[in-house]
Write a protein that binds this ligand. Structure first.
Ligand SMILES: [Fe+2]
Ligand SMILES: [Fe+2]
Length: 307
């Protein structure tokens, strides 16, 4: 068993928090099949609404890709029992996220969002990326994408203004905060498997570049396409509403760009961005809306998972 003394260290010489973390897998006890949405997820803001719908649309296939790339490199984990358990929990958590986002994507599709088109688009892209060689490169894409989802998660959980602006719909907020909590809990996993593979800095940064240009670029392209398709709905009043919403949230902001570029610093580790206080807070907040199905806490008080 890895101890605090033998665990990987941060730049300050202290044990990295993620090196001891036990990750639970939860079921979200909110029925995503029966969510009622009155067209715009973000009230009267078709631009942010289409961005969130596009993100939700690409998540399930993206999460399948994340799991496949970690599985393809699992031999690199060796006899690190804690990381092995974290990989298992990571796979469990991502599978649950994919399931719930698929459900909400059907609801969104019925409301006029083009989630099915985005699912097909991301599927074609990821089918190409999974074939990249060496096999650590698709894993590096996953590690960088997990950094990106970690920033989204920090924004959703750490900024009440962002939640009020973008996720005011109650069931959507439950979905996003549950997903965000688990993204923070497992944000080190793909990165640590990549480090164990000794693939080096060039592969890590190459994966980051692919993630930003190809995956980020596709989300921007698809969102713009959806907004163009909905252009008749984009009245001056709604456009003004969007402009007012921009400074109220930090999901898309100078702050999130600064968090993003930290990834390219040589020696960076996801633990360099302190988010454990959010994990502690949101494990309690979400305990009433989730049930732990695997990992720590399965047979104990679900509101108090340790790790
Ligand atoms: Fe996820
Ligand atoms: Fe993730």
């Amino acid at each position: 068993m890895t101890t605090a003394q033998s665990a990987p260290k941060t730049r300050n010489g202290t044990a990295r928090p993620s090196a001891q973390r036990t990750i639970p897998v939860r079921r979200l006890d909110v029925d995503m099949n029966s969510v009622e949405i009155n067209r715009w997820i973000v009230p009267e803001d078709p631009i942010f609404s289409n961005l969130l719908a596009t993100l939700s649309a690409v998540f399930p296939r993206g999460e399948d890709f994340f799991v496949a790339t970690v599985r393809a490199n699992k031999d690199a984990v060796g006899d690190d029992e804690i990381l092995k358990a974290q990989v298992k929990a990571f796979i469990g958590q991502e599978a649950m996220h994919g399931r719930e986002h698929r459900r909400i994507n059907v609801v969104l599709d019925e409301q006029g969002y083009r989630t099915a088109r985005a699912e097909r688009g991301i599927d074609a892209i990821l089918n190409m990326l999974i074939k990249l060689k060496p096999k650590t490169l698709p894993l590096a894409v996953t590690a960088a994408a997990e950094h990106l989802t970690g920033i989204f998660a920090e924004s959703a959980l750490g900024s009440a203004a962002t939640r009020e602006t973008l996720f005011s719909h109650p069931e959507i907020q439950s979905l996003i905060t549950w997903h965000a909590l688990e993204e923070l809990e497992h944000k080190n996993v793909a990165f640590d498997v990549l480090e164990k593979s000794n693939s080096g800095y060039v592969i890590r940064v190459g994966g980051f570049a692919i993630t930003i240009v190809v995956l980020g670029g596709y989300v921007v392209f698809e969102t713009a396409r959806c907004v163009f398709n909905d252009r008749r709905s984009l009245t001056p009043a709604r456009y003004l509403k969007h402009l007012r919403n921009i400074p109220r949230q930090n999901l898309i902001s100078p702050w999130s760009v600064r968090q993003l570029v930290k990834y390219v610093r040589p020696g960076f580790h996801p633990d360099d961005i302190e988010t454990d206080y959010l994990i502690e807070e949101w494990r309690t907040v979400l305990s009433e809306k989730t049930t732990i199905t695997a990992g720590v806490g399965k047979t104990r008080d679900k509101s108090n998972p340790t790790g």
